[in-house]
Design a binder for this molecule. Structure first.
Ligand code: G3I
Length: 372
């Protein structure tokens, strides 16, 4: 071989090895890419986020998430403020945002006792309620037929002991409102996935209630495709066993399981205080707001470990899980700063108020990186 050929060969080897090095250096840098073979990674969007008001937040959303839920604007008081009036201005923007960014779009929510328009609370009998449900569900689901990927058809219909909540829907129509809601939604868009969504349904009594409710809907001929475990959890509860058992049990009903409103509070809970009255005024009580400036590193680590243990379960059961959605993009936005006590500083999500990755973000990412 001529000397020049040696040079060419040597240069090619150098080039190839530098390319390979570059490939190795390209680390997966977002939640949605890390988990792309497992499930969607979603976030709830506020009104400002739907309107892309903050460029930095917007680019974070697009980088990290591939599924969206509207935190408030699709609730009945906003979209259906009076009997003959629908307001789709913001919902149209929300759908357009998801389509533009090729995201999975989840609708939240059709039938919920909370955030109802005042006129809905005045519905007195089954005739009026049936007419309301038919109009409300058919109008909204048909409007976005083929554009929304899944719906929370009924939200939070259960009490903590697993019995049915005495909502305006139950009081007027009895329990048939549940199956009716799913039938109406399926009739309006036969292909969209339909979910029952609730909190604390990983806890045994409420879980049993949810399973009974789902079976009743199925027995009455309602099409139900999934269950949304909201996932508003704490550092020490629910137990990992309860979470795993719930995923397995719901999946065995033939349903997809989604974690729909995930966050982990790090603050004390007034219900844990012996004799605490939640109506008591805890605002401004320093004991109840222990980290107003900064989360101590020790708690930051606990939060990261808790997120990692829970995500390990999600990965183990990825064949059953369709989506994991966080209830908000960053800590500043979280509803947990104002509930159950107004004006606290909570740290429940993966991004801090400066939009920086928290240790919890790294711990969730590392679970995937470790496998490579
Ligand atoms: O619309 C008013 C606005 O006009 C006013 O200026 C502003 C002043 O505070 O309040 C606005 O209403 C707020 C509303 O969100 C819309 O932003 C309410 O005060 C506030 O209480 C309400 O909270 C929402 C809550 O649902 C209502 O129940 C939270 O943002 C939202 O995160 C939360 O989400 C629920 C899920 O939908 C269902 N599962 C539980 C979850 C957490 O509660």
């Amino acid at each position: 071989m001529k000397l020049t050929n040696y040079y060419v060969l040597f240069a090619s080897i150098l080039l190839l090895s530098s390319c390979n090095q570059k490939k190795e250096e390209v680390k997966i840098t977002s939640l949605k890419d890390s988990y792309k073979d497992d499930f969607y990674i979603g976030t709830a969007l506020s009104e400002d986020q739907i309107e892309e008001k903050d460029v930095k937040v917007d680019s974070l959303i697009k980088k990290e998430f591939n599924a969206i839920t509207a935190e408030n604007i699709m609730k009945s008081m906003f979209v259906h403020p009076s009997p003959d009036k629908y307001d789709f201005a913001l919902t149209d923007k929300f759908i357009a945002y998801g389509e533009k960014n090729k995201m999975f779009i989840h609708g939240h929510t059709l039938i919920w006792h909370s955030q109802l328009a005042p006129w809905m609370e005045k519905i007195k009998d089954s005739v009026q309620m049936k007419a309301f449900m038919k109009d409300h569900i058919t109008t909204i689901v048909s409007k976005y037929k083929g554009r929304i990927d899944s719906w929370d058809v009924v939200n939070e219909a259960l009490n903590e002991d697993g019995t049915l909540r005495k909502s305006v829907f139950l009081n007027t129509m009895g329990e048939r409102y549940l199956a009716d809601a799913f039938k109406l939604a399926a009739a309006a868009d036969p292909k969209v996935d339909l979910y029952y969504n609730d909190y604390n349904i990983e806890e045994p009594a409420k879980r049993k209630g949810a399973i009974d409710l789902i079976k009743k809907i199925q027995a009455a001929g309602g099409k139900i495709d999934g269950v949304g475990i909201q996932g508003h959890w704490r550092l020490a509860s629910p137990s990992l066993e309860e979470i795993e058992q719930s995923i397995v049990e719901y999946s065995s009903l033939g349903l997809k399981v989604a974690i729909t409103e995930f966050d982990i509070t790090v603050l004390p809970n007034p219900w844990d205080l012996k004799g605490a009255d939640v109506n008591q005024n805890f605002e401004g009580n320093a004991k109840m707001n222990p980290y107003p400036e900064k989360l101590p590193d020790s708690v930051q680590v606990k939060l990261a470990e808790r997120y990692a243990s829970i995500f390990k379960i999600f990965i183990k059961h990825k064949d059953k899980i369709s989506r994991v959605t966080f209830w908000g993009v960053h800590d500043k936005q979280s509803w947990l700063n104002d509930w159950p006590i107004k004006g606290r500083t909570n740290y429940p999500l993966l991004f801090d108020t400066q939009l920086q990755h928290k240790k919890a973000y790294n711990s969730v990412m590392q679970l995937k990186e470790a496998k490579k």
